[in-house]
Design a binder for this molecule. Sequence first.
Ligand code: A3P
Length: 318
Amino acid sequence: ESSTTREEDVLPKDFVATLPAREGWSEPLVQYHNYWFRPWHLERILLVKQAFVPRADDIILATQPKCGTTWLKALAFTITNRSRYGFSDHPLLTHHPQHLVPFIQIRGAGTSHTDIESLESPRLFATHTPMSLLPPDMRSLGCRVVYLCRDPKDTLVSRLHFENKAFPGTNLSMDGAFSMFCEGFSPYGPFWDHCLEYWRESVARPDSVLFLKYEEIKSDPAQVVKKLAKFLGVPLTEEEVSFGVAREVVRLCSFETLTSLQVNQVGSVRHGDSGSIGSSAFYRKGEVGDWANHMSQEMGDKLDRIVQLKLEGSGLKF
Ligand code: A3P
């Protein structure tokens, strides 16, 4: 008689509890289908996979944490709702971007999971879930997915600061975080596998999956706004282009504008069942290349080599 618990026989919570946990980050992570998760995140992912009913016009913003989720939420929300809201009384001026676009897998971040069912179409969601663990119907229905990734060195540095700031009592060192990350042991990691799954899908189905990089938005944000609008089925009109709407969107969603607003400085963002995270923890520097201020050139080179090897032959490069 086998003593292993079969996933389909028990509640997600009970199943997750049977998985081996590994310590190192602010809380122990469990491994499932190659990826590492906070236990309650995985529980939510399994619930979503079972119960979430996708609609063909759902839009999913997919990221690994710290790759620019907050920025992408602000941009996509502003683009898709631009006929409803003017720039002077825009919801972003009074709401945290994390609240405007709910995570499908985190109840309580934004609207609750049950409210998700009653949202008007087209619905805009975010997720950190790896492509292979999304509800399979999303693929067959052709839901549009925007994936945003970021240079792994900057992602790691951002992760380290976030862990130490957002989870009181955590005091991770750069060296410790570096070696875990290089092993592929990080929340929603291995970093490279997460990127690769979405990358391959974007190559195979470019009309359904748009692959973006943080650095690309940084270097030409207005161009990315236009690209996003087109991909999401709401291209900028000639009139909008001549009125500089792309630039307005960029300005509203910029690091400078968002961090100047009180809603992003004080208070907190509900983070599912596990409590809250300070609103300001989602903003730090918002720069490309800050890794060099926190790790040595040798460490940077080592991580680059690891990632390069993992991505070899895929066409994806950082
Ligand atoms: P840094 O820690 O490097 O500053 P996520 O939203 O996925 O948690 O990612 C957080 C990272 O995105 C942080 O990076 C944060 O500063 C940056 N960020 C947040 N809002 C941004 C914005 N409007 N423009 C550019 N970067 C932003």
